[in-house]
Write a protein that binds this ligand. Structure first.
Ligand SMILES: COc1nc2nc(N)nc(N)c2nc1C
Length: 307
């Protein structure tokens, strides 16, 4: 019986990755649900074989009485903003005055909730909100229910990844339709819906909200021996994390402005909401050279779309 449980745990973990990270399932949902219910039943009968990395934890565990405060290993920074082409050119000028010619990594700025995920010897052990940047809330149980977050990764390293949890537009529309039917107040936008979902004390409610995540940084890139932001993101892909595929490397601010203009007009085609574009110096040692102001990196800027 233990073999069957282990086999189901492995199978469902792979199917989950194919569906929620690769967006390319190899089996129909009905087959996935059948296997999941078999595993829930077997783990119920043989609890000694249920682990906290089993695919069944995605359905949510017991209700919490509150969220404990947790201190971030490194502060979760905020980004300086740019609102127009002039701001972007000024950012580029400052960077090149200090670091010479650079390559930029451009990434979509997902309109969700910043989260930090800690992996110890390859297991997801803690998840937290950004909070005030230094202290956040421990929302591990709710984050476990997000299928795009791997519960284990193929690495015995200990590291922390950061990204944005969000609610896809489709899930947002369905949720508000349901709330309207139930006479409940609808959410203003997917960001509020995602934030409200992750602040639920009952993980079963969070599990029902179809949240997802895009990861965009690892606190110790050297742990993954990455030398650039693009290298770090490729490493995250290899480890089974979900990253955003619209990222592009640019060698000039003119290209960056083109990319910003493109998404200003095409963001409605995306399955999720974005509120801007993040531009980062790609090379990690150049990032260190440029350093930080009191609260933001000098090597990155967030272009915000006009409201
Ligand atoms: C390096 O720091 C950051 N990088 C980011 N990257 C993307 N794509 N989106 C963000 N919201 C973001 N936020 C921060 C603080």
């Amino acid at each position: 019986m233990k073999e069957r449980i282990r086999e189901l745990q492995k199978l469902l973990t792979r199917y989950n990755y194919e569906y929620h990270v690769e967006d390319n399932p190899s089996i129909p949902d009905s087959e996935y649900d059948k296997l999941l219910h078999e595993l829930i039943e077997l783990e119920g009968k043989y609890p000694e074989y249920k682990t906290d990395t089993s695919p069944t934890v995605r359905v949510g565990g017991e209700i919490l009485s509150g969220f404990e405060k947790v201190e971030h290993s490194l502060p979760m920074l905020s980004l300086g903003n740019a609102f127009n082409e002039e701001d972007l050119r000024a950012f580029d000028q400052r960077v090149r005055n200090n670091a010479g010619e650079v390559t930029y990594m451009c990434e979509l700025k997902i309109d969700g909730l910043a989260v930090s995920l800690t992996y110890e010897e390859g297991r997801f052990t803690r998840g937290a909100t950004r909070g005030d940047g230094t202290v956040g809330e421990n929302i591990t149980e709710n984050l476990r229910t997000i299928h795009a977050i791997p519960l284990t990764v193929d690495s015995d390293l200990t590291f922390e990844v950061r990204g944005e949890a969000y609610m896809p537009k489709r899930s947002f529309i369905n949720l508000n339709e349901k709330r309207a039917e139930e006479g409940k107040q609808e959410f203003q936008n997917p960001r509020n819906a995602a934030a409200g979902s992750l602040r639920q004390l009952d993980p079963k409610l969070a599990a029902a909200r179809n949240l997802s995540v895009f990861l965009y940084s690892v606190t110790s890139p050297e742990a993954l021996d990455a030398e650039s932001q693009s290298g770090a993101l490729d490493k995250l892909d290899e480890l089974g994390f979900k990253t955003n595929k619209e990222r592009r490397l640019m060698t000039s601010i003119d290209e960056v402005i083109e990319y910003v203009d493109y998404w200003t007009t095409h963001r409605s085609e995306l399955a999720y909401e974005i509120d801007g574009i993040v531009i980062k110096v790609n090379n990690l040692s150049t990032q260190e050279e440029l350093g930080y102001t009191v609260k933001s990196p000098r090597w990155a800027i967030a272009y915000k779309f006009p409201a």
